[in-house]
Design a protein around this ligand. Sequence first.
Ligand code: M6R
Length: 609
Amino acid sequence: MCGIVAATASREVAEILMEGLRRLEYRGYDSAGLALISNKAALQMRRRKGKVKELEMALSHQPLTGFNGIAHTRWATHGEPSELNAHPHTSGGRVAVVHNGIIENHESLRNELKEKNYKFSSDTDTEVIAHLLHYYLEKHGKSLSEALRASVLQLEGAFALSAIDIAHPNQIVASRRDSPLVIGVGIGEYFIASDQLALRQVTDRFIYLEENDTVLVAPDFLEVRNAQEVVVERKITQITSSPEENMLGSYSHFMQKEIFEQPKALHATLAATNDSESAGLFSPEIEKTFDIIKAVQIVACGTSYHAGLVARYWFEELAGIPCQVEIASEFRYRQRVTQPATLLITVSQSGETADTLAALRGIGSAEFVASLAISNVDNSTLVRESDLVFLTKAGAEVGVASTKAFTTQLASLLAITLALGRRNGMHEDQEQEISSALDSLPDTISGVLKMDSQIRDLSAKFTRRKNALFLGRGVYYPVAMEGALKLKEISYIHAEAYAAGELKHGPLALVDEDMPIVAIAPADQLLEKLRSNLEEVRARGGQLCVFADPDSGLESSADLLVLMMPDCADYIKPIVYTVALQLLAYYVALNKGTDVDKPRNLAKSVTVE
Ligand code: M6R
């Protein structure tokens, strides 16, 4: 939801800002802009509607220079995507601001500022921040950092923001509330960004800001103040991952790269669950909590919610632990009755999803035994604010469609199932079977990836369709939901998932020869039931594509295409089948020519409600 990057140095920063925007584009791509203070202390700005490459083109025709600047890539909330609504927003020709989040009281602030004769040139909530800063600088003679502190006190809602002022040509100010913001520490230079990924080309040292911190940086100066406006020291963390980790390499898209990275990501995640040395994974605190819990409540959004739905089957069937799963945006606003001794598990790739964070922040003080975050991003807000943390080791996920984050979440949840099952009377043989199944997971996924060209061929059947149905039963119902989400998200084909037994209660009316139907048919105790559901579809002319086990007894025919999945233990099949559905969505989107990594209207990190 919008990416911010800022830099103050003793060298040109335009290219640093542009590289930062390219790396942050996953956060929003409706428009982009940057503002620099020139060496003659003049404010210069370029903004363009559309992706960062439009801004890049504008700069190649009319370059900007300067040692101090801010930049932004936008995911529109207030005001349509347009050049006028693109950030930075300015005031009085001296102040420029970039912002991520939503200023909830922007209307009343706008009215107050209009009474003070401020003119608005955009429909955004952000513009009020520029005018507020200007007001405190100009009318109250405050310094830039004082003006920032006075302004943020007036803001309601969520924000990460950064601003420059030509009267303070070496300084940048920034602040955050409910939106992420990091400071990159260079040698004689400082950077600010929504995500450290934006700055990995210039530094590996970061400061993670806390709620309501305000910051002032100049090339050789850093001051952080906390919510009480007291100057504080914040820890510098050195990152060890390679800056190249989020480069495309030989792949065409990040989604493709991330699908193919899954064996490695799963291996790393599972290795970490077995390594007692690694921070946070099955720490003694987690073990102690597992000893006392009697139930689990999972809260998440989107793909992470689907991971929770799969885990419910595992927790209840394998570990005998009652489990509820809820979408965070519903959970946070609902009056709940929580069973005693319940563990809250939040699942989030980014650890910054606004609804998931709000759900965590909104729980009653004694409602849960503890909160456990399963996240892919160390130092994310969710990780910092949870009692316990379980980090997946998927590596940076750049494609908006979540792939390796989902499968590593599932592997983590299955490892947790095992840990809970051990305490709840799981038979040693079963424990051993689950353990070996997890060990075999990376290799089995490599087997699915070998189906690449087969699935590519299958994808042609979907390219011209407007709708698709995904069917599954039991634990494969949420897998079908994830398959449908992947397809709709990147190919824009309307796709719905149904528990196959529900078909005849309504959706069967949709089935005709134009409706492709994807079914997930492993050879489990529900296979015979599923076969009957497939016959119901066949009888109505539906085009069936079935992902099945070698021993399912299903065979391809004129109206039934069967793709055989690698043989593996039942426990890991939800993960294994998911990868085939990811490839299907990827190739359908590729055939349709959509922007696979940056699908329209979406952003990777949903930091607004
Ligand atoms: O970072 P999170 O896991 O909290 O994100 C939750 C959803 O926004 C995310 O999974 C979304 O549904 C994906 N784009 C799906 O591919």
